[in-house]
Design a binder for this molecule. Sequence first.
Ligand SMILES: Nc1nc2c(ncn2[C@@H]2O[C@H](COP(=O)(O)OP(=O)(O)OP(=O)(O)O)[C@@H](O)[C@H]2O)c(=O)[nH]1
Ligand SMILES: [Mg+2]
Length: 428
Amino acid sequence: MDETPATPVVTIGLNSGQATFDYSMEELKALVEANHMTVVEQVQQALTKPNPGTYFGTGKVEELATIVADDGVDTVVVNDELTPSQIRNLENGTKARIIDRTGLILEIFANRAQSREAKLQVQLAMLQYQLPRLHTSASQRLDQQGGAGGLANRGSGESQTEMSRRTIERSINHVNHELKEINQAAETQRAQRERNELPSVALVGYTNAGKSTIMNALVQRFGKNEDKQVFVKNMLFATLDTSVRQLIFPDQKKLLLSDTVGFVSQLPTNLVKAFRSTLSEAANADLLIQVVDYADPNRDAMMQTTEDTLQEIGVTDVPMITVFNKADLTDAEYPSRAGDQLIVSAKDDASIDMLVQVMKEKVFHNYVTANFLIPFAAGDVVAYFNDHANVLSTDYQADGTAMRVELPSADFNKYKRYVVTDADAAED
Ligand SMILES: Nc1nc2c(ncn2[C@@H]2O[C@H](COP(=O)(O)OP(=O)(O)OP(=O)(O)O)[C@@H](O)[C@H]2O)c(=O)[nH]1
Ligand SMILES: [Mg+2]
Protein backbone atom coordinates (compact mmCIF):
# COMPACT_ATOMS: atom_id res chain seq x y z
CA MET A 1 0.00 0.00 0.00
CA ASP A 2 1.05 3.52 -0.80
CA GLU A 3 1.05 5.39 2.50
CA THR A 4 2.37 8.73 1.30
CA PRO A 5 -0.10 11.50 2.13
CA ALA A 6 -2.22 12.79 -0.74
CA THR A 7 -0.98 16.04 -2.32
CA PRO A 8 -3.22 18.98 -1.36
CA VAL A 9 -4.55 21.00 -4.31
CA VAL A 10 -6.93 23.84 -5.12
CA THR A 11 -9.41 23.14 -7.92
CA ILE A 12 -10.73 25.93 -10.11
CA GLY A 13 -13.57 26.08 -12.60
CA LEU A 14 -15.44 28.47 -14.82
CA ASN A 15 -19.17 28.71 -14.15
CA SER A 16 -20.77 29.85 -17.36
CA GLY A 17 -24.22 28.98 -16.06
CA GLN A 18 -24.21 25.46 -17.53
CA ALA A 19 -26.55 23.09 -15.69
CA THR A 20 -23.79 20.54 -15.23
CA PHE A 21 -21.29 22.87 -13.52
CA ASP A 22 -21.62 21.55 -9.96
CA TYR A 23 -21.53 17.99 -11.17
CA SER A 24 -18.42 18.61 -13.26
CA MET A 25 -16.60 20.12 -10.25
CA GLU A 26 -17.62 17.10 -8.20
CA GLU A 27 -16.35 14.82 -10.92
CA LEU A 28 -13.08 16.79 -10.99
CA LYS A 29 -12.75 16.19 -7.26
CA ALA A 30 -13.17 12.44 -7.82
CA LEU A 31 -10.52 12.57 -10.55
CA VAL A 32 -8.18 14.48 -8.24
CA GLU A 33 -8.65 11.81 -5.58
CA ALA A 34 -8.08 9.07 -8.13
CA ASN A 35 -4.71 10.69 -8.75
CA HIS A 36 -3.72 10.56 -5.09
CA MET A 37 -4.37 14.23 -4.42
CA THR A 38 -6.90 15.92 -2.19
CA VAL A 39 -8.96 19.09 -2.70
CA VAL A 40 -8.53 21.69 0.05
CA GLU A 41 -10.48 24.45 -1.68
CA GLN A 42 -12.61 25.01 -4.78
CA VAL A 43 -12.56 28.36 -6.52
CA GLN A 44 -14.98 29.34 -9.25
CA GLN A 45 -15.58 32.38 -11.38
CA ALA A 46 -18.82 33.23 -13.16
CA LEU A 47 -17.70 33.97 -16.71
CA THR A 48 -19.39 33.10 -19.99
CA LYS A 49 -16.11 32.09 -21.59
CA PRO A 50 -12.51 31.68 -20.47
CA ASN A 51 -10.10 34.59 -20.64
CA PRO A 52 -7.93 33.64 -23.64
CA GLY A 53 -4.72 34.58 -21.83
CA THR A 54 -5.26 33.52 -18.24
CA TYR A 55 -8.48 31.40 -18.13
CA PHE A 56 -9.81 33.35 -15.10
CA GLY A 57 -9.99 37.14 -15.34
CA THR A 58 -6.83 38.94 -14.18
CA GLY A 59 -8.31 40.11 -10.88
CA LYS A 60 -9.44 36.58 -10.11
CA VAL A 61 -5.98 35.22 -10.87
CA GLU A 62 -4.54 37.56 -8.21
CA GLU A 63 -7.17 36.35 -5.76
CA LEU A 64 -6.25 32.77 -6.64
CA ALA A 65 -2.57 33.51 -6.01
CA THR A 66 -3.47 34.64 -2.48
CA ILE A 67 -5.60 31.56 -1.83
CA VAL A 68 -2.79 29.30 -3.05
CA ALA A 69 -0.32 31.03 -0.75
CA ASP A 70 -2.71 30.99 2.24
CA ASP A 71 -3.58 27.32 1.78
CA GLY A 72 0.08 26.48 1.34
CA VAL A 73 -0.54 24.35 -1.75
CA ASP A 74 1.67 24.24 -4.81
CA THR A 75 -0.76 22.70 -7.29
CA VAL A 76 -3.90 24.04 -8.95
CA VAL A 77 -6.15 21.73 -10.95
CA VAL A 78 -8.31 23.31 -13.65
CA ASN A 79 -11.73 21.95 -14.66
CA ASP A 80 -11.11 22.51 -18.40
CA GLU A 81 -8.44 21.87 -20.97
CA LEU A 82 -6.16 24.91 -21.24
CA THR A 83 -4.07 26.29 -24.07
CA PRO A 84 -0.31 26.18 -23.58
CA SER A 85 -0.18 29.95 -22.98
CA GLN A 86 -3.01 29.83 -20.44
CA ILE A 87 -1.01 27.23 -18.51
CA ARG A 88 2.13 29.38 -18.64
CA ASN A 89 0.35 32.58 -17.63
CA LEU A 90 -1.54 30.95 -14.79
CA GLU A 91 1.69 29.43 -13.53
CA ASN A 92 3.36 32.82 -13.57
CA GLY A 93 0.35 34.47 -11.95
CA THR A 94 -0.14 31.97 -9.13
CA LYS A 95 3.39 30.59 -8.67
CA ALA A 96 1.69 27.17 -8.56
CA ARG A 97 1.93 24.20 -10.84
CA ILE A 98 -1.11 24.06 -13.12
CA ILE A 99 -2.69 20.76 -14.15
CA ASP A 100 -5.61 20.95 -16.55
CA ARG A 101 -8.38 18.36 -16.76
CA THR A 102 -6.79 16.62 -19.71
CA GLY A 103 -3.38 16.40 -18.05
CA LEU A 104 -5.01 15.03 -14.92
CA ILE A 105 -6.87 12.28 -16.76
CA LEU A 106 -3.69 11.38 -18.64
CA GLU A 107 -1.81 11.05 -15.35
CA ILE A 108 -4.47 8.72 -13.94
CA PHE A 109 -4.42 6.58 -17.04
CA ALA A 110 -0.60 6.46 -16.95
CA ASN A 111 -0.69 5.20 -13.37
CA ARG A 112 -3.33 2.58 -14.10
CA ALA A 113 -2.11 1.13 -17.40
CA GLN A 114 -1.00 -2.50 -17.06
CA SER A 115 -0.74 -4.16 -20.44
CA ARG A 116 1.82 -3.15 -23.03
CA GLU A 117 -0.97 -2.00 -25.33
CA ALA A 118 -2.61 0.21 -22.69
CA LYS A 119 0.77 1.68 -21.75
CA LEU A 120 1.57 2.51 -25.35
CA GLN A 121 -1.87 4.01 -25.93
CA VAL A 122 -1.50 6.28 -22.90
CA GLN A 123 2.02 7.18 -23.95
CA LEU A 124 0.80 8.17 -27.39
CA ALA A 125 -1.90 10.42 -25.96
CA MET A 126 0.62 12.02 -23.60
CA LEU A 127 3.13 12.74 -26.32
CA GLN A 128 0.44 14.39 -28.42
CA TYR A 129 -0.60 16.45 -25.42
CA GLN A 130 2.98 17.44 -24.63
CA LEU A 131 3.98 18.49 -28.12
CA PRO A 132 2.33 21.94 -28.05
CA ARG A 133 2.96 22.33 -24.32
CA LEU A 134 6.74 22.06 -24.11
CA HIS A 135 8.27 24.17 -21.39
CA THR A 136 5.25 24.18 -19.19
CA SER A 137 5.30 22.20 -15.99
CA ALA A 138 2.42 20.20 -17.49
CA SER A 139 4.85 18.70 -19.94
CA GLN A 140 7.58 18.12 -17.37
CA ARG A 141 5.21 16.30 -15.02
CA LEU A 142 4.11 13.95 -17.74
CA ASP A 143 7.70 13.49 -18.76
CA GLN A 144 8.48 12.21 -15.29
CA GLN A 145 5.68 9.69 -15.72
CA GLY A 146 7.47 8.32 -18.75
CA GLY A 147 5.35 10.09 -21.32
CA ALA A 148 8.04 10.93 -23.81
CA GLY A 149 10.39 8.09 -22.99
CA GLY A 150 13.65 9.26 -24.45
CA LEU A 151 13.29 13.01 -23.95
CA ALA A 152 16.39 13.05 -21.79
CA ASN A 153 18.83 12.74 -24.62
CA ARG A 154 20.05 16.19 -25.52
CA GLY A 155 21.91 17.05 -28.70
CA SER A 156 24.29 19.89 -29.38
CA GLY A 157 23.74 22.94 -31.52
CA GLU A 158 19.95 22.77 -31.71
CA SER A 159 17.78 24.76 -29.34
CA GLN A 160 16.22 22.71 -26.60
CA THR A 161 12.75 23.34 -27.98
CA GLU A 162 13.73 22.16 -31.42
CA MET A 163 15.37 19.08 -29.97
CA SER A 164 12.46 18.16 -27.74
CA ARG A 165 9.98 18.65 -30.52
CA ARG A 166 11.86 16.32 -32.80
CA THR A 167 12.35 13.79 -30.04
CA ILE A 168 8.64 13.78 -29.29
CA GLU A 169 7.78 13.42 -32.95
CA ARG A 170 10.16 10.50 -33.23
CA SER A 171 8.66 8.91 -30.13
CA ILE A 172 5.15 9.32 -31.55
CA ASN A 173 6.19 7.49 -34.71
CA HIS A 174 7.84 4.80 -32.68
CA VAL A 175 4.82 4.23 -30.43
CA ASN A 176 2.46 4.21 -33.41
CA HIS A 177 4.64 1.59 -35.03
CA GLU A 178 4.65 -0.60 -31.94
CA LEU A 179 0.89 -0.33 -31.57
CA LYS A 180 0.47 -1.39 -35.16
CA GLU A 181 2.61 -4.44 -34.54
CA ILE A 182 0.50 -5.44 -31.55
CA ASN A 183 -2.63 -5.18 -33.66
CA GLN A 184 -1.17 -7.37 -36.35
CA ALA A 185 -0.01 -10.04 -33.96
CA ALA A 186 -1.28 -13.53 -34.71
CA GLU A 187 -3.09 -13.73 -31.41
CA THR A 188 -5.14 -10.63 -32.15
CA GLN A 189 -6.08 -11.93 -35.55
CA ARG A 190 -7.14 -15.27 -34.20
CA ALA A 191 -9.31 -13.56 -31.63
CA GLN A 192 -10.73 -11.45 -34.44
CA ARG A 193 -11.72 -14.53 -36.43
CA GLU A 194 -13.48 -16.07 -33.45
CA ARG A 195 -15.20 -12.80 -32.95
CA ASN A 196 -16.64 -12.91 -36.43
CA GLU A 197 -18.23 -16.27 -35.78
CA LEU A 198 -19.92 -15.54 -32.48
CA PRO A 199 -22.24 -12.72 -31.53
CA SER A 200 -20.50 -10.16 -29.36
CA VAL A 201 -21.79 -8.07 -26.51
CA ALA A 202 -19.89 -5.14 -24.98
CA LEU A 203 -20.28 -3.59 -21.57
CA VAL A 204 -19.96 0.19 -21.74
CA GLY A 205 -20.63 3.06 -19.39
CA TYR A 206 -19.36 5.60 -16.96
CA THR A 207 -16.36 4.64 -14.85
CA ASN A 208 -17.15 2.80 -11.58
CA ALA A 209 -20.70 1.84 -12.67
CA GLY A 210 -20.04 -1.87 -12.13
CA LYS A 211 -19.19 -3.15 -15.63
CA SER A 212 -16.38 -5.42 -14.46
CA THR A 213 -18.49 -6.73 -11.59
CA ILE A 214 -21.23 -7.74 -14.01
CA MET A 215 -18.64 -9.32 -16.31
CA ASN A 216 -17.31 -11.38 -13.40
CA ALA A 217 -20.77 -12.49 -12.33
CA LEU A 218 -21.51 -13.70 -15.87
CA VAL A 219 -18.12 -15.37 -16.29
CA GLN A 220 -18.43 -17.11 -12.97
CA ARG A 221 -21.65 -18.77 -14.06
CA PHE A 222 -21.23 -19.17 -17.81
CA GLY A 223 -17.52 -18.82 -18.52
CA LYS A 224 -15.01 -21.56 -19.21
CA ASN A 225 -13.37 -22.94 -16.09
CA GLU A 226 -9.98 -21.49 -16.84
CA ASP A 227 -11.29 -17.97 -17.40
CA LYS A 228 -9.94 -15.46 -14.98
CA GLN A 229 -11.99 -12.87 -13.19
CA VAL A 230 -11.33 -9.28 -14.21
CA PHE A 231 -10.16 -6.56 -11.85
CA VAL A 232 -12.84 -4.76 -9.82
CA LYS A 233 -12.24 -1.83 -7.55
CA ASN A 234 -14.12 1.12 -6.15
CA MET A 235 -12.07 3.72 -8.00
CA LEU A 236 -12.18 5.64 -11.25
CA PHE A 237 -10.69 3.84 -14.23
CA ALA A 238 -10.06 0.49 -12.58
CA THR A 239 -10.21 -1.06 -16.04
CA LEU A 240 -8.02 0.19 -18.89
CA ASP A 241 -7.63 -2.99 -20.91
CA THR A 242 -10.31 -4.73 -22.84
CA SER A 243 -11.05 -8.24 -21.63
CA VAL A 244 -13.03 -10.61 -23.79
CA ARG A 245 -14.58 -13.78 -22.41
CA GLN A 246 -16.69 -16.45 -24.03
CA LEU A 247 -19.98 -17.27 -22.36
CA ILE A 248 -21.65 -20.62 -22.98
CA PHE A 249 -25.22 -20.96 -21.78
CA PRO A 250 -26.81 -24.29 -20.84
CA ASP A 251 -28.55 -24.42 -24.26
CA GLN A 252 -25.11 -24.24 -25.94
CA LYS A 253 -25.68 -20.74 -27.22
CA LYS A 254 -22.41 -18.83 -27.10
CA LEU A 255 -21.37 -15.24 -27.22
CA LEU A 256 -18.33 -13.10 -26.58
CA LEU A 257 -18.59 -10.57 -23.79
CA SER A 258 -16.17 -7.69 -23.49
CA ASP A 259 -15.42 -5.29 -20.68
CA THR A 260 -13.55 -2.11 -21.38
CA VAL A 261 -12.41 1.29 -20.16
CA GLY A 262 -15.08 3.43 -18.53
CA PHE A 263 -15.97 6.94 -19.57
CA VAL A 264 -15.87 10.30 -17.85
CA SER A 265 -17.01 13.66 -19.18
CA GLN A 266 -14.57 15.51 -21.45
CA LEU A 267 -12.45 12.43 -21.95
CA PRO A 268 -9.48 13.89 -23.85
CA THR A 269 -9.83 13.50 -27.60
CA ASN A 270 -6.25 12.25 -27.94
CA LEU A 271 -6.91 9.63 -25.36
CA VAL A 272 -10.10 8.48 -27.03
CA LYS A 273 -8.23 8.27 -30.33
CA ALA A 274 -5.31 6.43 -28.75
CA PHE A 275 -7.72 3.91 -27.23
CA ARG A 276 -9.48 3.38 -30.54
CA SER A 277 -8.45 -0.24 -30.92
CA THR A 278 -9.38 -1.02 -27.31
CA LEU A 279 -12.74 0.62 -27.86
CA SER A 280 -13.27 -1.08 -31.21
CA GLU A 281 -14.73 -3.94 -29.21
CA ALA A 282 -17.76 -1.73 -28.60
CA ALA A 283 -17.88 -0.50 -32.17
CA ASN A 284 -18.00 -4.04 -33.54
CA ALA A 285 -20.43 -5.42 -31.00
CA ASP A 286 -23.86 -6.79 -31.86
CA LEU A 287 -25.21 -5.40 -28.61
CA LEU A 288 -24.11 -2.81 -26.07
CA ILE A 289 -25.01 -3.06 -22.42
CA GLN A 290 -24.85 0.41 -20.95
CA VAL A 291 -24.20 0.00 -17.23
CA VAL A 292 -25.38 2.89 -15.04
CA ASP A 293 -24.86 3.39 -11.31
CA TYR A 294 -28.52 3.67 -10.33
CA ALA A 295 -27.57 4.82 -6.83
CA ASP A 296 -25.65 7.87 -8.08
CA PRO A 297 -27.65 11.12 -8.07
CA ASN A 298 -25.73 12.23 -11.18
CA ARG A 299 -26.74 9.18 -13.18
CA ASP A 300 -28.49 11.18 -15.92
CA ALA A 301 -25.38 13.26 -16.60
CA MET A 302 -23.33 10.06 -16.57
CA MET A 303 -25.59 8.48 -19.18
CA GLN A 304 -25.30 11.58 -21.32
CA THR A 305 -21.51 11.38 -21.03
CA THR A 306 -21.56 7.74 -22.12
CA GLU A 307 -23.78 8.49 -25.09
CA ASP A 308 -21.62 11.48 -26.14
CA THR A 309 -18.44 9.42 -25.89
CA LEU A 310 -19.91 6.57 -27.92
CA GLN A 311 -20.83 9.11 -30.57
CA GLU A 312 -17.29 10.46 -30.53
CA ILE A 313 -15.80 7.04 -31.18
CA GLY A 314 -18.29 6.52 -33.98
CA VAL A 315 -20.54 4.00 -32.27
CA THR A 316 -23.93 5.17 -33.41
CA ASP A 317 -25.92 2.23 -34.71
CA VAL A 318 -25.27 -0.64 -32.33
CA PRO A 319 -28.41 -1.72 -30.44
CA MET A 320 -28.16 -0.90 -26.75
CA ILE A 321 -29.89 -1.97 -23.57
CA THR A 322 -29.58 0.00 -20.33
CA VAL A 323 -28.77 -1.73 -17.07
CA PHE A 324 -29.38 0.34 -13.96
CA ASN A 325 -27.01 -1.35 -11.55
CA LYS A 326 -26.42 -1.17 -7.78
CA ALA A 327 -30.17 -1.25 -7.11
CA ASP A 328 -29.33 -2.89 -3.77
CA LEU A 329 -28.16 0.55 -2.65
CA THR A 330 -31.53 2.11 -3.53
CA ASP A 331 -35.17 1.56 -2.61
CA ALA A 332 -35.99 0.27 -6.09
CA GLU A 333 -37.35 -3.23 -6.56
CA TYR A 334 -35.07 -5.50 -8.50
CA PRO A 335 -34.63 -7.26 -10.76
CA SER A 336 -37.20 -5.54 -12.92
CA ARG A 337 -37.54 -4.83 -16.58
CA ALA A 338 -39.32 -2.30 -18.76
CA GLY A 339 -38.54 -2.96 -22.42
CA ASP A 340 -34.82 -2.46 -22.95
CA GLN A 341 -34.21 -1.09 -19.47
CA LEU A 342 -33.36 -3.25 -16.49
CA ILE A 343 -32.95 -2.47 -12.83
CA VAL A 344 -30.51 -4.92 -11.24
CA SER A 345 -27.78 -5.57 -8.77
CA ALA A 346 -24.61 -7.21 -10.02
CA LYS A 347 -24.49 -9.10 -6.73
CA ASP A 348 -27.85 -10.80 -7.23
CA ASP A 349 -28.31 -14.08 -9.16
CA ALA A 350 -31.88 -13.32 -10.25
CA SER A 351 -30.61 -10.05 -11.75
CA ILE A 352 -27.97 -11.88 -13.74
CA ASP A 353 -30.61 -14.37 -14.99
CA MET A 354 -32.76 -11.51 -16.21
CA LEU A 355 -29.81 -9.89 -17.95
CA VAL A 356 -28.96 -13.16 -19.69
CA GLN A 357 -32.56 -13.51 -20.82
CA VAL A 358 -32.49 -10.05 -22.42
CA MET A 359 -29.06 -10.58 -23.99
CA LYS A 360 -30.28 -13.80 -25.57
CA GLU A 361 -33.40 -12.15 -26.96
CA LYS A 362 -31.27 -9.46 -28.55
CA VAL A 363 -28.42 -11.43 -30.09
CA PHE A 364 -29.65 -14.88 -30.99
CA HIS A 365 -32.16 -14.15 -33.69
CA ASN A 366 -30.60 -16.32 -36.39
CA TYR A 367 -31.58 -19.54 -34.73
CA VAL A 368 -33.91 -22.19 -36.12
CA THR A 369 -35.31 -25.38 -34.67
CA ALA A 370 -35.48 -28.47 -36.86
CA ASN A 371 -35.67 -32.29 -36.87
CA PHE A 372 -32.71 -34.23 -38.24
CA LEU A 373 -32.18 -37.88 -39.01
CA ILE A 374 -28.45 -38.49 -39.02
CA PRO A 375 -27.22 -41.77 -40.52
CA PHE A 376 -24.88 -43.75 -38.28
CA ALA A 377 -22.09 -43.21 -40.80
CA ALA A 378 -22.25 -39.48 -40.02
CA GLY A 379 -21.77 -39.87 -36.26
CA ASP A 380 -19.53 -36.80 -36.19
CA VAL A 381 -22.58 -34.64 -36.92
CA VAL A 382 -24.31 -35.99 -33.80
CA ALA A 383 -21.21 -35.11 -31.82
CA TYR A 384 -21.12 -31.65 -33.40
CA PHE A 385 -24.73 -30.98 -32.44
CA ASN A 386 -24.14 -32.14 -28.90
CA ASP A 387 -21.25 -29.72 -28.58
CA HIS A 388 -22.50 -26.75 -30.54
CA ALA A 389 -26.29 -26.73 -30.58
CA ASN A 390 -29.21 -26.93 -28.24
CA VAL A 391 -30.31 -30.56 -28.52
CA LEU A 392 -33.97 -30.79 -27.49
CA SER A 393 -34.37 -34.56 -27.99
CA THR A 394 -32.42 -37.57 -29.23
CA ASP A 395 -33.85 -40.88 -30.36
CA TYR A 396 -31.76 -43.81 -31.68
CA GLN A 397 -33.66 -45.37 -34.55
CA ALA A 398 -33.03 -48.22 -36.98
CA ASP A 399 -31.68 -45.94 -39.74
CA GLY A 400 -29.87 -43.35 -37.71
CA THR A 401 -30.11 -40.84 -34.85
CA ALA A 402 -33.21 -38.67 -34.81
CA MET A 403 -32.57 -35.31 -33.15
CA ARG A 404 -34.61 -32.22 -32.59
CA VAL A 405 -32.15 -29.34 -32.45
CA GLU A 406 -32.08 -25.58 -32.09
CA LEU A 407 -29.08 -24.25 -33.98
CA PRO A 408 -27.69 -21.21 -35.82
CA SER A 409 -29.13 -20.87 -39.31
CA ALA A 410 -25.62 -21.19 -40.81
CA ASP A 411 -25.33 -24.65 -39.25
CA PHE A 412 -28.86 -25.48 -40.32
CA ASN A 413 -27.91 -24.78 -43.93
CA LYS A 414 -24.74 -26.81 -43.60
CA TYR A 415 -26.59 -29.91 -42.40
CA LYS A 416 -29.79 -29.39 -44.35
CA ARG A 417 -29.43 -32.73 -46.13
CA TYR A 418 -30.24 -34.55 -42.87
CA VAL A 419 -33.37 -32.55 -42.16
CA VAL A 420 -36.64 -34.45 -41.97
CA THR A 421 -40.12 -33.01 -41.63
CA ASP A 422 -42.19 -33.50 -38.50
CA ALA A 423 -44.27 -35.98 -40.47
CA ASP A 424 -41.18 -37.98 -41.49
CA ALA A 425 -39.99 -38.05 -37.95
CA ALA A 426 -43.37 -39.25 -36.74
CA GLU A 427 -43.45 -42.11 -39.26
CA ASP A 428 -40.31 -43.71 -37.89
N1 LIG B 1 -23.54 -2.41 -3.80
C1 LIG B 1 -23.14 -2.70 -5.05
N2 LIG B 1 -21.89 -2.43 -5.43
C2 LIG B 1 -21.52 -2.73 -6.70
C3 LIG B 1 -22.44 -3.31 -7.63
N3 LIG B 1 -21.78 -3.48 -8.80
C4 LIG B 1 -20.53 -3.03 -8.61
N4 LIG B 1 -20.35 -2.57 -7.35
C5 LIG B 1 -19.12 -1.98 -6.77
O1 LIG B 1 -18.81 -0.79 -7.50
C6 LIG B 1 -17.39 -0.62 -7.58
C7 LIG B 1 -16.96 -0.46 -9.04
O2 LIG B 1 -17.19 -1.67 -9.71
P1 LIG B 1 -16.41 -2.05 -11.06
O3 LIG B 1 -17.04 -3.31 -11.55
O4 LIG B 1 -14.93 -2.04 -10.87
O5 LIG B 1 -16.83 -0.83 -12.00
P2 LIG B 1 -16.42 -0.56 -13.52
O6 LIG B 1 -17.65 -0.03 -14.20
O7 LIG B 1 -15.79 -1.75 -14.11
O8 LIG B 1 -15.38 0.64 -13.32
P3 LIG B 1 -14.13 1.10 -14.28
O9 LIG B 1 -13.37 -0.12 -14.67
O10 LIG B 1 -13.38 2.01 -13.39
O11 LIG B 1 -14.72 1.81 -15.45
C8 LIG B 1 -16.78 -1.84 -6.90
O12 LIG B 1 -16.45 -1.47 -5.59
C9 LIG B 1 -17.90 -2.88 -6.93
O13 LIG B 1 -17.82 -3.82 -5.89
C10 LIG B 1 -23.79 -3.58 -7.19
O14 LIG B 1 -24.66 -4.05 -7.91
N5 LIG B 1 -24.08 -3.25 -5.89
MG1 LIG C 1 -13.95 -2.04 -14.83
